[in-house]
Design a protein around this ligand. Structure first.
Ligand code: NAG
Ligand code: NAG
Ligand code: NAG
Ligand code: NAG
Ligand code: NAG
Length: 497
């Protein structure tokens, strides 16, 4: 298999890297830089995560309670995005907006709340995308059903944590979203029809619509303003009642439940709103009153040995706790967990072979199958839920001859994120991950994300198969050249009001 892997990040300067792997004897990774002369560092893997974490913790405004939902149906969001052995960074879906409806490609993000698309007046929006999609700008004037929200609107007032200064009846309702990778989106809210695929049978969908409030992006910066990984917008799946899942639920269209299966092997996967009945998933409670999807991690097992850890290391609290975040690329552990974990993993290779790459990645050469030579790492959660991470998932291939450990030391993070456990795509890919906000639980099970799941329609009681998707965007520009995995884009959003 010829694997191409691109990494993109924004850190003062925008660098794009392309890693090409050839299988023929050993794995060969060539690293190519967009800007000649600028050395890409492996640290780029973490650049996005680090910036994200600097923002992840200070913002702990509790989520609002959800309105009760009654009738509901199942929604199938076709997923695109390229998988890799390392995990995944950018998954997107296609959604129709306006009357007449036009399709927009938006990133799906469980780590933020707002849904926004680039708008017609945008002064700083990407016009071309390296992903091979033709970017569109939403024009409220071109849609017969659009309505601009003013700052006096109820949604606007509840969306702002502080009273709006200088609110006049004709002032637009503004949003300003900052994401963990340093990018941001600024604009105003509009209300319009959003079209999506309702599940109507086995692998069959029917078009449905709802009126929803979303951001009309007037200015994007950071990664969001750049062309390489540009999409039309972002679809936030956070818990706040501004998110699209909450809006759909409060209109009785769906239950506050969704699931994703991010296919780290073939790309794409499954993203569905509604109740999953197959596979069966064990769950653990979502810690209440947290902005993110926090869960209670209890212990960590390496092979068959439990790590001896301080009892309070996984407690949820100020700047502490365990966050399930599909927008984080790798996985970050407090140092007191990281050190013994790495020691155990490293004990399977001779000390003299282990080297530190770029000051922070623990790497070593290994020519046999890593799954045979290294232990599984099992995270144990409240309610006996386990998360098993296999060696081929936590080890990623680097250069032509090295394997590097994907788990990262929280001590190298910002002070705020140091004691937090952040479980990202490194450990979440290739699993069906279920977010049940109705019952405030989250769960997962190992799953083949190229297969299908069974969803039950709460209205009709019918059970239907929902298959995986792989939206392909590649154009001639990138075919055979860049099938990009954007490891370092997105996600977490902190609102600044
Ligand atoms: C969100 O929650 C707040 C407070 O709980 C409420 O006032 C507001 O109406 C809700 N907004 C939506 C869009 O449901
Ligand atoms: C929304 O759906 C309804 C019923 O399915 C349909 O009559 C209407 O034309 C749709 N509206 C838009 C804007 O797509
Ligand atoms: C790791 O877990 C898998 C199943 O998830 C199992 O088949 C395998 O034997 C385990 N590996 C070790 C070394 O125990
Ligand atoms: C995953 O499911 C797909 C579709 O059913 C199938 O073709 C593929 O072989 C499965 N992969 C594995 C590893 O079982
Ligand atoms: C999914 O799409 C990606 C890129 O568009 C492609 O690289 C990959 O081979 C596709 N996977 C399958 C199973 O078709």
């Amino acid at each position: 298999m010829d694997l191409r892997l691109g990494i993109c990040f924004f850190l003062q300067i925008f660098l794009v890297s392309e890693v090409i792997a050839n299988n023929g004897g050993g794995k060969v990774f060539h690293v190519k830089h967009k800007f000649a002369g600028k050395e890409r560092s492996l640290s780029a893997f973490k650049a996005h995560d680090i910036l994200r974490h600097q923002r992840i913790l200070p913002s702990t405004s509790p989520s609002s309670s959800s309105p009760p939902s009654s009738a509901s149906s199942t929604v199938d969001l076709p997923l695109g995005g390229t998988g890799s052995p390392v995990g995944t960074g950018l998954y997107f879906t296609k959604i129709g907006i306006g009357s007449p409806s036009k399709d927009y490609y938006v990133q799906v993000d469980t780590g933020s709340d707002i849904f926004w698309v680039n708008c017609i007046q945008c002064s700083r929006c990407p016009r071309k995308s390296g992903l091979g999609i033709e970017l569109k700008l939403y024009d409220p004037d071109a849609s017969t059903t659009s309505k601009l929200l003013t700052c006096e609107d109820v949604f606007c007032r509840s969306a702002q944590s502080e009273p709006i200064v200088g609110c006049t009846p004709d002032a637009l309702c503004e949003y300003n979203a900052l994401y963990g990778d340093g990018s941001s989106s600024y604009g105003y809210y509009v209300k319009d029809f959003v079209k999506f695929d309702r599940v109507a049978g086995n692998y069959v969908t029917a078009s449905a619509n709802t009126s929803a409030i979303f951001g009309c992006g007037a200015k994007q910066s950071g990664d969001l303003g750049s062309a390489m990984d540009a999409l039309d917008g972002l679809l936030g799946f956070g818990q706040s009642n501004k998110s699209i899942i909450s809006q759909l639920a409060s209109s009785g269209k769906v239950k506050r439940m969704f699931a994703h299966c991010l296919d780290g092997i073939n790309g794409g996967g499954i993203f569905a709103i509604g109740q999953v009945v197959q596979p069966k998933v064990n769950t653990t409670p979502i810690v209440p009153n947290q902005q993110h999807y926090n869960v209670n991690l209890k212990s960590v097992e390496v092979g068959k040995v439990m790590l001896q850890l301080p009892t309070d290391v996984f407690e949820t609290g100020d700047r502490k706790g365990t966050i399930i975040d599909s927008g984080t690329t790798l996985a970050y552990l407090p140092e007191v967990v990281y050190n013994p974990l790495i020691k155990k993993i490293k004990s399977h290779v001779s000390d003299s072979k282990v080297k530190t790459v770029e000051g922070q990645f623990t790497c070593f050469p290994y020519s046999e199958s890593v799954d045979d030579g290294f232990p599984n790492v099992t995270f144990h959660f409240e309610n006996s839920l386990q998360l098993v991470v296999h060696p081929h998932e936590y080890l990623f291939s680097y250069n032509d001859d090295l394997w590097c450990i994907g788990f990262q030391n929280g001590a190298l993070q910002s002070r705020d994120a140091r004691d937090t456990t952040l479980l990202g795509d490194l450990v979440l890919s290739n699993k069906l991950v279920l977010y049940d906000l109705e019952n405030q639980v989250i769960g997962w099970t190992e799953y083949n994300c190229s297969s299908s799941i069974k969803m039950q329609d709460a209205r009709s009681g019918m059970v239907h198969l929902v298959g995986s998707h792989n939206i392909s965007l590649a154009t001639s520009l990138y075919v055979g050249k860049l099938l990009i995995l954007l490891l370092l884009t997105s996600i977490l959003q902190t609102l600044i009001y």
